[in-house]
Design a protein around this ligand. Structure first.
Ligand code: BES
Ligand code: ZN
Length: 872
């Protein structure tokens, strides 16, 4: 038996072909009973059947194996449930006959409260507290609901039957074929599914209302919400219908199931889950309320719906062979979601907003403790941690880089043939490259291997020498050191105008380009602006020499550059500054060039940077902080004045989002007029939740502003916010309050807000949203985390949310003493499921600490800040 233990994957003596699953959840006792009958293909003579099962009790006498002719019924001589490996080992007295047989198992389990496997979520109905039963199986928790071959490559068909209270809605992947009521119970049976992976099987049992529509080819689409809230499902429904039609064209394959249900679940660990035909969502990612949802909420719904529906092709129809190729699922869905969103809402400029994703990818991958996109998985516990910015965001960026290299049309054609070729089966990264290589005639595999098999990415240094451009690549690390990675980089560049451009592959460490040749005589090499990574489609950073950087700053001030390029120049400069390859003075000077910046995404990134810089300066040279805040206030005032507080009639979606972020920034930097006005409007809102003075787009800004003035002796704002939290039944409103509560500069209030997160008033899915702690509250938060670690670990330790506690609280610290303290504290407390995250968070603290030291040593900083503040 030991030979099966400690293995990352199951032995393949027996291959499942079809599951017939019966489940009977008991919603009040929070238990379930089940019975599964699995058609197996025994492919090698064996006495053992090894499959996955966890936290289930398999009753002796309930397991049997019948061969094809039903001439023999065998009972195992030994049943062993190895909890450490989550496997069920069945040993038979004789060798099982090769060919098809049927394995049947009866089992029982608990509806857990940790949002995985078959679990319970709670809600109120008619003033009564109720339970619903929901599944969440990805990555590897189907085994907590029924014994199975719980690996993405073990695809089979599923025939599901549920035995549930007669009054509830019971959903599964496929449409219902029969419903039989017997007294208080009903038996609901569903059509058999096409072949699919276990992690995509789903069941939802509870009370719901729904809205419904059909696609032009007759797919029935429904959105299920809490009873009485069906209206809030209408927006997502219309997005889903349009998205299914769009993907049908893009992938050249229609949606494969007869129906699609999308359900809002009150307790949900992630944003959403793409179960085949039954997509589950956190409420904030599916519901949209005309009166009280903000523009950012609307956008979130679209991004999540288009993402999950992309998986119905990329992931569900064609599935990764193993978790090493998770990025194929997630990177692709992230990229395709942007493609669809851009199609549905072009005015949102979602490809510009995509740069937010790419900068997150670059930030994580700039750590020494990052990992390659294709990462070896040796233990199930390691899978959750790779649902990170590398798989999602770097993954999506690489797809975008490749698409722009190969051309959109060729890319789409090849993708369609990939889907066709691997439909109903599994694929690896190299399978995708092979199809793209065939479709394009380009060496895709060689090019992309350098990006997916090694971690990190390059910074390309560029300078002008003797009228030539010199390029050199080296691995970028935020710590300031250089790694030894080397990449094949699709370089793009523009000189002085967007139609004067040049593309080439940088395959070596360095290269020289005689730009005179393609510039012709019209343009002067010695004065023209030169921008690399045009439109920021490449996953790399650029370091310009001082001369080129000055020319670019001038081009920005004179509005010659596109929004994406303005974003890139600023973002690279910030990264280089953090890595101590550029002074803070030069970063601040560059930031000053963005005073009249009109674009939402660029400003939003500028705001994020300014807050980070303020944290570093507060620790490095506290005397300079006030002056620095004045500079930032003056920087954002231009946009604030242009936008005003009142939404303009028919204004654009991005203005609404920007207004909120700009006012939040002004509030955090202590701008009195903003604080006064926000408090005034908040009071009006307390009197009337529908007041036009505080529309949804402004609320979070107002909440943060209110919290800026809350202290232990002036608690009214805090209490009022709690009241808003308690009185609303809209999750998005609760989220806005939660994420503002810890933004007070008074550490005692921060502590109170943190304690509130652990109270029964906050669902465990939401607690991490409240970890947006003010600069002044960071140390308090760290102490709080240590003091409450046992409880926190017990509540969130079995899922991925535990890593959010660590990264949110540890990453903002800025001294090496703190970093060591973190290492010591966790030395005896790490688990495989949080090891990587902990290392990354501590690495960030060391990076911050070094940045603080270098800012302390920087000469002229005071003068630069003073001078910038006076400039108008
Ligand atoms: N497949 C994931 C859900 C998931 C995440 C399962 C982690 C297991 C572990 C789903 O498709 C997803 O990616 N959801 C995202 C939302 C998306 C819009 C980025 C999420 O939950 O945040
Ligand atoms: Zn996904």
């Amino acid at each position: 038996m030991e030979q099966f233990e400690g293995q990352p994957r199951l032995p393949k003596f027996a291959v499942p072909k079809r599951y017939d699953i019966r489940l009977k959840p008991d919603l009040s006792a929070c238990k379930f009973a089940g019975f599964v009958s699995i058609d197996l293909d025994i492919v090698a003579g064996t006495k053992f059947v090894v499959l996955n099962a966890a936290e289930l009790s398999v009753t002796n006498g309930s397991v049997s194996f019948t061969n094809r002719g039903f001439s023999k019924v065998l009972e195992p001589s030994n049943i062993d449930l190895v909890e450490a490996d989550e496997i069920l080992v069945l040993e038979f007295a004789e060798t099982l006959p090769i060919g098809i047989g049927v394995l049947t198992i009866g089992f029982e389990g608990t509806l857990s409260d940790n949002m995985k496997g078959f679990y319970r979520s709670t809600y109120e109905h008619g003033g009564e507290k109720k339970n619903m039963a929901v599944t969440q199986f990805e990555p590897a928790d189907a085994r907590r609901c029924f014994p199975c071959w719980d690996e993405p490559a073990c695809k089979a068909t599923f025939k599901i039957t549920l035995n549930v209270p007669s009054e509830v809605v019971a959903l599964s992947n496929m449409p219902i074929i029969e419903e039989k009521v017997e007294g208080h119970l009903k038996t609901v049976s569903y059509q058999e599914s096409p072949i699919m992976s276990t992690y995509l099987v789903a069941v939802v049992v509870g009370l719901f209302d729904y809205v419904e529509d059909h696609t032009s080819d007759g797919v029935k689409v429904r959105v299920y919400c809490q009873v009485g809230k069906a209206n809030q499902g209408k927006f997502a429904l219309s997005v889903a219908i349009k998205t299914l039609e769009l993907y049908k064209k893009y992938f050249a394959v229609a949606y494969t199931l007869p129906k699609l249900d999308m359900v809002a679940i009150p307790d949900f660990a992630f944003g959403a889950m793409e179960n085949y035909g039954l997509v589950t969502y956190r409420e904030t990612a599916l519901l949209y309320d005309d009166q009280h949802s903000a523009a950012s909420n609307k956008q979130r719904v679209v991004i999540v719906v288009t993402h999950e529906l992309a998986h119905q092709w990329f992931g569900n129809l064609v599935t990764m062979e193993w978790w090493t190729h998770l990025w194929l699922n997630e990177g692709f869905a992230t990229w395709v979601a942007h493609l669809a969103t851009d199609n549905l809402f072009p005015e949102w400029k979602i490809w510009t907003q995509f740069l937010d994703e790419s900068t997150d990818g670059l930030k994580l991958d700039g750590l020494a403790k990052s990992h390659p996109i294709e990462v070896e998985i040796n233990h199930v516990g390691e899978i959750n941690e790779i649902f990170d910015a590398i798989s999602y965001k770097k993954g999506a960026c690489l797809i975008r880089m490749l698409q722009s290299y190969l051309g959109a049309e060729c890319f789409q054609r090849s993708l369609a043939s990939y889907i066709k070729k691997y439909a109903c089966s599994n694929a690896k990264t190299e399978d995708l490259w092979a199809v793209l290589e065939e479709g394009s005639g380009e060496p895709v595999k060689k090019l992309m291997n350098s990006w997916t098999k090694q971690q990190g990415y390059p910074v390309v240094s560029v300078k002008v020498k003797d009228k030539k451009l010199e390029f050199e690549q080296s691995q970028f690390l935020s710590s300031g050191s250089h790694g030894n990675g080397q990449w094949i980089i699709p370089i793009t560049l523009c000189c002085g105008a967007y139609d004067v451009k040049k593309n080439f592959l940088l395959r070596t460490k360095s290269a020289t380009l005689d730009i005179k040749k393609f510039l012709g005589d019209k343009t002067e090499v010695t004065s023209v602006w030169i921008k690399l990574n045009v439109d920021q489609t490449g996953f790399y950073r650029v370091k310009y020499d001082e001369d080129l950087a000055t020319r670019l700053r001038y081009a920005i001030e004179n509005k010659y550059l596109s929004a994406t390029d303005r974003f890139g120049i600023l973002d690279d400069s910030f990264a280089l500054c953090m890595a101590r390859q550029q002074s803070l003075s030069s970063l601040l000077t560059l930031m000053g060039a963005y005073r009249e910046e009109p674009e939402y995404t660029v400003l939003s990134n500028l705001i994020g940077m300014s807050r980070k810089v303020a944290t570093i300066v507060a620790d490095a040279t506290p005397d300079l902080l006030d002056c620095l805040k004045q500079f930032f206030i003056s920087l954002f005032q231009y946009s604030a004045e242009k936008l005003g507080w009142e939404p303009k009639e028919g204004e654009n979606h991005l203005d609404g989002m920007l207004r909120g972020e700009i006012l939040t920034a002004l509030a955090v930097f202590g701008h009195d007029l903003t604080l006064n006005e926000a408090n005034r409007r908040f009071l009006a809102f307390l009197d009337d939740r529908n007041t036009p003075l505080l529309p949804p787009d402004l609320r979070q800004a107002a909440y943060v502003a209110v919290m800026q003035r809350v202290t232990t002796t002036n608690r009214l704002g805090y209490e009022s916010l709690l009241r808003v939290y308690r009185e609303t039944d809209l999750s998005q409103e609760k989220t806005r309050v939660l994420s503002s509560l810890a933004s007070s500069p008074d550490p005692k209030i921060v502590l109170e807000a943190l304690h509130f997160l652990l109270s029964s008033e906050v669902r465990s899915q939401d607690a991490v949203l409240g970890l947006a702690v003010s600069r002044e509250g960071r140390e308090t938060a760290w102490t709080w985390l240590k003091d409450n670690w046992d409880h926190i670990f017990q509540t969130w330790g079995s899922g991925y949310l535990i890593t959010r506690f660590i990264s949110a609280i540890v990453s903002p610290l800025t001294s090496s003493e703190k970093a060591r303290e973190v290492e010591e504290f966790f030395a005896s407390r790490t688990k495989p499921s949080m090891a990587r995250n902990l290392k990354q968070s501590t690495e960030r603290v060391y990076i911050n600490a070094n940045w603080v030291l270098s800012v302390q040593k920087e000469e002229h900083l005071v003068n630069t800040v003073k001078e910038l503040t006076q400039r108008k």
